[in-house]
Design a protein around this ligand. Sequence first.
Ligand SMILES: *Cc1c(COP(=O)(O)O)cnc(C)c1O
Length: 388
Amino acid sequence: MQIKVASRLSLLPPYLFAELDRLKREVAQTGVDVISLGIGDPDLPTPQHIVDALKRTADLPANHRYPDYQGLDRFREAATGWYKRRFNVTLDANREACALIGSKEGIANFPVAVVDPGDVVLIPSPGYPVYYSGCVFNGGEPYYMPLRRENAFLPDLGAIPAEIARRAKVMWLNYPNNPTAATAEPAFLKLAVDYCLKNNIILAHDFAYSEIAFDGYRAPSVLEIDGARECAIEFHSLSKTYSMTGWRVGFVVGNATLVGALGTVKTNVDSGVFQAVQEAAIAGLTGGEETLHKYCAIYKERRDLMVAGLRALGLACDVPRATFYLWAQVPPGYTSASFTERVLKETGVVITPGSGFGKGGEGYVRFSLTVPSERLREAVERIKALRL
Ligand SMILES: *Cc1c(COP(=O)(O)O)cnc(C)c1O
């Protein structure tokens, strides 16, 4: 028999990282000590009080049954309580919050709930690839909003053609941003909310890096903005905040109709988050702030060391106030891919080509600050030897 997979799979862009993965294996096989600054996965462990909460609750038979897809009442209350303390935003835990099996799950399933074939989805470029796949898997038509340095890596909403705005159903935003590490002020979020209300567009904000911030910076929630409750939904992850990428837990909050629609999809495709993992997440959301401050201080130290190192090598990059990424311009004469390849082949340092996040990322590379400082210093020393 001949198997023919669904044609929607052919809508995915060629996997830009495939060649890089092959090269990485090749380099590692030659015995080179590879330094991976490629993926956004924290090296710092999940805080102990969170792990302990899992241990305490994993034994209970009540937790071994199917969880409710929308999450335990106490989990949703912990999430909305955290929103109240952190942003002074009051949410109804029953109607305006839902647990997610990691925010990626919610980001991928949200278009199932709101995008009809032919609807335009406004997607930042560069951006997290799931905005695109969720769009095209559901028959949506992506429209890219370029994030340019001269505009502080914010989309220029005025540049979106009127015809596109008229057909647009959803706008994705993500601040603090992956991959550019840019942040957005409340004034920009207000512009975005007003734009979406005026054009009847759903504003979907990916807030995965809300707590990874330095120098006193506190990222604003889109739900703090007047009018946001009418049009916006915010995806929150515990992965980066609490170093819990492997645990698969997040939540979504915002407009009750939107949260409810996503919930309807979820009842049909998943069966919720293991309750002991929800208990662990509750422990994270309700205590142990010191560990977070400690972790942010570690990322900040790495950031300072790496920005100084890259600048000394002649690689231009801004000093980010949030996320654990650096977004650096490639030297003249290189593309994102050719620079990444040369660095990997000749130094064993893995970085991510900006073009892997969409056309708007061309000319940049992303460094993840998810290895100890000594390794970052070693990476800078090795790249120095390239005499760029
Ligand atoms: C890491 C990440 C996510 C997904 O996180 P989960 O582990 O699925 O909660 C979503 N958006 C961005 C921009 C990310 O970097």
